[in-house]
Design a protein around this ligand. Structure first.
Ligand code: DNO
Length: 357
């Protein structure tokens, strides 16, 4: 079954209303989080229930949480990690008791996703998020946050919370002895520690791949391709330990074969983020409309592979272009994501019917 969702940042944070999302005909639920909370904080049940009520009152489901963010002390493996893991477990326990079974998270040091441009004009007059390694190499880390903020027109972007970014220098300093192997071991430690609570409440943890799929600013990245993902799934070999298949993140490396990965990891893919990108050169890409013909990824093939594997988790259009003069959080306007959701739903229906014959 297809469970189409869209990301929703909550009233007060999102430029798109829950009412508008409700009107996208194929969408049954939203993916959200408590945007006011910082990594490491224990979530308050009342805040969670308030968010959920807002969504359910609009006639939608809260289909998953993206993200319960992980404190840097856990990623670094510092002396305080157990304290933050305890907090994480408390949040999971509260979510589990409230019948919330999908958590997306990432294990990227310091920053979540990175782009060099948030408004790159495309030939059709839309603007998109784009990445060009040559531009990123020119950015001084000290100026990174302000440069991203300027480009975002003042919107606070997911993963770029000003409270954390004020401590950028300290954060970099804390990661100086953390290489890929150490980061990986810290992730395994974290997963083993949360395994009991996840299994008790049937919570699926869906790690988000690193975006882009290579190290940036000298920081290690560990969820970048098939081998590394396989290693993680094997290291904690239990169904709760799964993956968010993010086509745009994994697809940023042309060597990653997404369709092959869908077949290889099928039972461990708990959540899907689908978007298209177009390669512009080595480590350079623009985000595009979802439709296969507009980008370098075979979105039809991706949906077909998910369909054929019986994928049953939530799926969402990931970022979209800014079109029709919309002003919204970069990547998260209403219109292009709605087009993407409808396109994917159409593909799914056609595949379903062709196969039922
Ligand atoms: C960006 C998103 C990421 C994602 C996190 C998951 O638009 O894809 O911020 O939500 O990496 O933890």
């Amino acid at each position: 079954m297809l469970h189409m969702t869209m990301r929703y940042f909550g009233s007060g944070f999102d430029s798109v209303s829950i009412k508008s999302i409700r009107q996208v005909p194929c969408v049954e639920g939203v993916i959200s989080t408590l945007y006011g909370t910082m990594p490491g904080e224990v979530w308050k049940q009342e805040d969670y229930l308030k968010l959920r009520k807002e969504i359910e009152d609009a006639g939608l489901k809260l289909s998953g949480i993206e993200s319960v963010n992980i404190h840097d002390d856990i990623k670094i493996g510092s002396g305080r990690r157990d304290e933050y893991i305890d907090n994480y477990v408390k949040t999971l326990e509260m979510l589990g008791k409230n019948d919330q079974h999908l958590i997306c998270y990432n294990f990227m040091p310091v920053f979540d996703w990175t782009r060099s441009d948030l408004k790159k004009p495309r030939a059709d007059g839309s603007t998109v998020l784009s990445y060009d390694q040559r531009e990123v190499d020119k950015i001084d880390v000290d100026d990174l946050f302000s440069s991203m903020q300027q480009k975002s027109d003042g919107f606070v972007m997911p993963g770029w919370e000003p409270e954390r970014m004020e401590h950028l220098k300290e954060l970099f300093e804390m990661y100086k002895d953390v290489d890929e192997e150490k980061l990986f071991q810290n992730l395994v430690y974290f997963l083993r520690a949360i395994q009991p609570v996840c299994e008790k409440y049937d919570i699926k943890m869906a790690i988000h791949p690193d975006d882009p799929a290579w190290p940036v600013f000298g920081l290690p990245r560990i969820i970048t391709g098939k081998k590394k993902i396989q290693r993680l799934l094997d290291a904690v070999d239990a169904p709760f330990n799964g993956l968010t298949l993010c086509t745009g993140s994994l697809g940023s490396n042309p060597e990653n074969n997404l369709i092959d990965m869908i077949h290889a990891f099928a039972s461990r893919i708990h959540f899907a983020h689908v978007r298209n990108i177009i390669f512009q050169g080595d480590k350079q890409f623009d985000e595009t409309a979802h439709i296969t013909s507009q980008g370098s990824l075979d979105i039809y093939g991706i949906i077909k592979a998910l369909h054929d594997e019986g994928f049953d988790g939530p799926i969402r259009p990931d970022h979209g272009r800014m079109i029709w003069d919309e002003i919204a959080l970069p990547g998260y306007g209403l219109y292009d994501r709605a087009l993407g959701a409808m396109y994917m739903t159409g593909l799914w229906e056609a595949i379903d019917k062709a196969e039922a014959k």
